[in-house]
Design a protein around this ligand. Sequence first.
Ligand code: ASP
Length: 313
Amino acid sequence: MDKRPPPRPAILVHGGAWAIPDEEWPAHRAGVDRAVRAGWDVLRRGGEALDAIETVVRLLEDDPTYDAGVGSVLTRDGHVEMDAAAMDGRDLRVGAVACVRTVRNPIRLAREVMRSDHVLLVGDGAERFAREVGVETCDPAALVVDRERVRLETWRRDAATADPRDAFQHRPDGPRGTVGAVAVDRGGNLAAGGSTGGTPGKRSGRVGDTPIAGAGLWADNRVGAAACTGWGEGILRIGLARTAVGHLREAAAQDAAWLAVREMEDRVSGRAGVIVLSRDGSLGYAFNTPRMAVAFMDEELEEPFVIGPAPRG
Ligand code: ASP
C-alpha cells in the first residue's frame, strides 16, 4: 500500500531569465503573479495540472511583456517564429510546435498536437494543423511590438561588429521573457509547459529548447516536473529539464535545480534558469543568469510567492 501523504497541489511559473531591466520588473512580476493566480484557481477547483499549465501559458502569451505569443522577439529577418510545448506526467505524452508564425496561442496548438498521434509539428504543417483543428490564427504583424523592432535594430548593429562565437549566453541584453510552468494537481498528476519567441536575431528555422521534451520541459508523475529558460542551445545540449528531474530521485527540489544548473554550467558553459516541482509538491528554482521572474502558489500560501527584486517606487 502507498503510505505517502495525499498529493498537495502546487504550481510554479516563470517569466524568463536574463538581465530583465529594472523598469521592466514591475510588469514581469505582475504578469507571473496574475498567471500563477489563474493557474492556482484551476487546481484549487480540482482541475487538472495540464489545464492549469495551459491557462498560465496562454495568459503570458497574451501579455506583451513576455517573449511568447504577442511580444515575441524577432528573427534576424524580422519575423516572429514561436515554439511551445506541454507534457503530461501521467504517460509522458508530449505535444509541441516550433517555428509557427500565425498562431496567437502556440500552447493551445501544442495541446492539440498532444491529442493527435504526433509529438512535434513545425512551420507550415503546424499552421495547417491549427486551421484544421480550429486553433485561432492571426496576421503575423499582430504579434510584433515596437520594443522588439527596436531590439532587432540594436541586435543588427551589434551583430555587424560582434565576434560570432559570442553566443547569446554572454550577452547581458539577451532574451528575457520566455514563459513556462510546472504543476501538480490533487490527483498527483504532474505537467509542464512553456512558450517562447526564442532568442532575438535567431536564424529563421532555429528551434530552441522550449518545445523539446527533456530539454525545455519534462514531467513524470513518478518523480517530478521541470521547465527551463535561458540559452536554448546550452539547455538542449545538457537536456536541462530531464537532468533536473533526474536529480529529484536523490535530492530535494531546490538542490535538484541547483545541481542541474551547475552541471550545465560545467559541461556546456550554459546560462539558464530552471523551475522544479517534486511529486510531493515541494519546489525549487535556480538560475545563473542575472535575474529570473518566478511565482509559486500552493494551499499553505494565502498569496502567491513572487521571487525577484521588489518593483521600484
Ligand atoms: N530558451 C529560449 C530559447 O532558446 C529562450 C529563453 O528562454 O529566453 O528559445
